[in-house]
Design a protein around this ligand. Structure first.
Ligand SMILES: Nc1ncnc2c1ncn2[C@@H]1O[C@H](COP(=O)(O)OP(=O)(O)OP(=O)(O)O)[C@@H](O)[C@H]1O
Ligand SMILES: [Mg+2]
Length: 255
């Protein structure tokens, strides 16, 4: 299972990503959770201490320069296919059976992203999505920045987390357009922080046919877990049922 999770800032992308990763790990799967949002922090939601966070891959400047062959060329010449297969083992932090990797910030070039760091990150993502068979959960920003056309094909489904409100719905529709541009058409919505059936009906009316595959109700426990700095996933029967249903819906649609 290779899932990319996106959505408006604060909608609950990391919460959903962590729930999926925790649940799959509980089932004995070797999950890779990728923090691909440079402005956020998946490690903290997993309940890790800031000192235990993985090192951002984009900041491994020397390693990247060496692997891409950019060293000594001023970054002008480099390979698009650097070796990355050892990176997950070397740089992931493992907690409760989840391997957490942190992508770090991508440097944007003028007409596109053609720097060695980008080549390295893209290749690492491609490796995880195409070469390794364990589940991969990508906790992304509100967009598809880390995915190029090539890597996008490795994503089985893109989940857009939407909280009640027009702006969150608008972001979902914008993301659908970006995603289509890079070839991702299998996209579905996870409604989060729902407080009433009326809210759900209102959102469904605005989502222009984007299918809703799961609904996570608003939860005081999740909100206060964040304040307390603990992982919001408790493994309660209720939470497990939510995640199980989400996974069933995702795998049923994509086969
Ligand atoms: N179902 C929920 N009920 C109550 N609070 C929630 C729920 N889901 C998420 N939250 C809270 O909303 C806030 C944002 O959640 P989260 O960090 O998962 O969102 P995000 O989309 O990853 O945000 P960012 O864009 O900053 O990465 C957190 O304080 C979290 O505890
Ligand atoms: Mg986040």
């Amino acid at each position: 299972m290779k899932l990319a999770i996106t959505g408006k800032g604060g909608a609950g992308k990391t919460t959903v990503a962590v729930f999926l990763a925790k649940y799959l790990a509980e089932q004995g799967q070797q999950v890779v959770l990728i923090d691909a949002d440079p402005d956020a922090n998946t490690a903290l939601t997993l309940g890790l201490d800031p000192s235990e966070q993985p090192e951002p891959i984009s900041e491994l400047k020397d390693l990247i320069a060496e692997r891409t062959g950019a060293k000594g060329t001023g970054g002008e010449f480099y390979t698009l296919n650097p070796r990355v297969d050892d990176i997950p083992d070397r740089y992931a932090v493992t907690t409760d059976g989840i391997r957490l990797l942190r992508m770090g910030r991508l440097t944007k070039g003028g007409g596109g992203c053609f720097c060695p760091e980008n080549a390295f990150l893209k290749n690492l993502l491609a490796h995880l999505l195409f070469q390794e068979d364990q589940p991969v959960i990508l906790d992304m920003e509100a967009g598809v920045e880390h995915l190029g056309r090539g890597t996008a094909q490795g994503v089985q489904k893109m989940l857009v987390v939407v909280e009640p409100g027009r702006r969150s719905v608008q972001t979902a529709l914008t993301i659908r357009r970006y995603a289509a541009d890079i070839g991702i058409h299998d996209i579905a919505v996870v409604v989060n922080k729902l407080r009433s059936k009326e809210e759900l009906r209102a959102m469904e009316a605005q989502l222009e046919g984007l299918p809703v595959v799961a609904v996570f109700p608003f939860s005081e426990q999740i909100a206060s877990a964040d304040l307390e700095g603990v992982c919001p996933y408790t493994g309660s029967e209720e939470q497990k049922a939510l995640v199980r249903e989400l996974i069933e819906r995702v795998t049923a649609v994509t086969g």
